[in-house]
Design a protein around this ligand. Structure first.
Ligand SMILES: Cc1cc2nc3c(=O)[nH]c(=O)nc-3n(C[C@H](O)[C@H](O)[C@H](O)COP(=O)(O)OP(=O)(O)OC[C@H]3O[C@@H](n4cnc5c(N)ncnc54)[C@H](O)[C@@H]3O)c2cc1C
Length: 347
């Protein structure tokens, strides 16, 4: 029998599978759609929480661990698959200078490079910003091209003969006492020694009455994508929860909306188009000459108690969860998965 059945092939499920096979386990990964097409694809790929000083020490530590793991993950995936996940240290300018005091104190405590710069110095770092102001600058912040990261992870798992089942939604988990005996899709029944739920925003819906205390709900986030040939934006820029991410090519991403009442609806809206384009043009007016080529929405997994759900689900012996990373799943994933898998000895 397979050691682990992982339900949900987003960043958390894919990395969990990678980590477990490294430890010698056998793994089956199942997704209701194609691999990596939900929140992990829709996200921006900023490898830092936004306004990181506003988070708990636990999240800061997990993010710091991930930030250390990312370069080696990028290199390993490049070697294994030939895919460059475009991990770039583009740094982040944060124009919300009223946060100066807590931000500088946090940076000192956690030994993070964070400077408060004059508007003149900011203009020297990044030309053509639409807002001339003093700002916070974090030069070490990285970004990753998350769709490529997911593609590389999936390819690497396939090369390692991991069984990946796509387009099969798990409909029901069956228990006997404190064990999950099997799970069912519309077409098949699957068994494994252990079941891991990495179903992102769908995790609570999937668990249902098996774990009513775990409450993870979808929070919609929308993005715009601009094609801006020869643009001069080299830094990520953040202002009032909206940001721009320049990719290595001509693309610039503008994000993101934060919508708590959208349920599982992923249809992009005109309101978000207006909100995001106004902030994008304000931050970097040259974008008015760019072509808007896409708008999309993704569903962030929001744990209503504020903490991701990670570990064994009581009272079960073989049912685990790693979900609820909300706005930070891409940054937290390597650290969160490493910590999650530390429970398992190398087999
Ligand atoms: C607009 C936006 C911007 C973001 N920007 C960033 C950022 O810059 N940095 C950052 O760190 N984070 C960011 N995030 C958050 C990040 O994307 C998420 O926290 C992260 O992707 C969650 O990963 P996951 O694997 O838990 O969920 P998902 O990627 O959603 O994966 C869950 C998977 O489970 C599958 N699934 C669900 N139900 C079932 C079922 N019944 N049977 C089988 N499969 C099932 C789904 O199809 C899906 O593939 C952003 C999110 C959004 C929406």
């Amino acid at each position: 029998m397979t050691d682990f059945l992982i339900i949900g092939a987003g960043i958390i499920g894919l990395l969990t599978a990678r980590e477990l096979i490294k430890r010698g386990a056998t793994v089956t990964l199942i997704d209701k759609g194609a691999v990596g097409q939900e929140a992990s694809w829709a996200g921006g790929g900023i490898i830092s929480p936004l306004y990181p000083w506003r988070y708990s020490d636990a999240i800061t530590q997990l993010a710091a661990r991930s930030q250390r793991l990312y370069p080696e993950l990028a290199q390993a995936l490049q070697n294994e698959t030939g895919i460059d996940i475009e991990l770039i240290r583009s740094g982040m300018i944060m124009l919300d200078s009223h946060d100066k005091i807590p931000a500088l104190a946090w940076a000192k405590t956690h030994q993070v490079t964070l400077d408060y710069l004059s508007s003149h110095a900011i203009a020297g770092l990044q030309t053509d910003l639409g807002i001339a102001a003093e700002a916070l600058w974090m030069p070490e912040v990285m970004q990753v091209r998350n769709p490529r990261l997911l593609q590389a992870l999936a390819l690497s798992l396939k090369q390692n003969k991991v069984d990946i089942i796509e387009h099969q939604a798990v409909k029901q988990l069956y228990r006997e006492g404190t064990r999950i005996t099997h799970v069912a899709t519309l077409d098949q029944t699957l068994t494994a020694d252990n079941i891991i739920i990495t179903a992102g925003a769908w995790s609570s819906e999937l668990l249902g009455e098996l774990a009513p205390e775990i409450k993870i709900t979808p929070v919609r986030g929308q993005m715009l994508l601009f094609n801006a040939p020869e643009h001069k934006l080299t830094k990520m820029v953040l202002y009032r929860n909206h940001y721009l991410i320049p990719r290595r090519d001509d693309l610039i991403i503008a994000g993101s909306s934060l919508e708590y009442q959208s349920g599982f609806n992923k249809i992009p809206t005109l309101e978000a188009l207006n909100e995001l384009s106004v902030s994008a043009y304000t931050l970097f007016p040259d974008l008015r000459n760019a072509t808007l080529i896409a708008q999309w929405a993704g569903l962030r997994p929001y744990a209503t108690n504020g903490e991701p759900a990670m570990g064994l689900i009581a009272p079960y012996d073989n049912l685990y969860i790693n979900a609820g990373h909300f706005r930070n799943g891409l940054v937290l994933a390597p650290g969160a998965v490493e910590r999650f898998c530390e429970h398992y000895p190398i087999l």
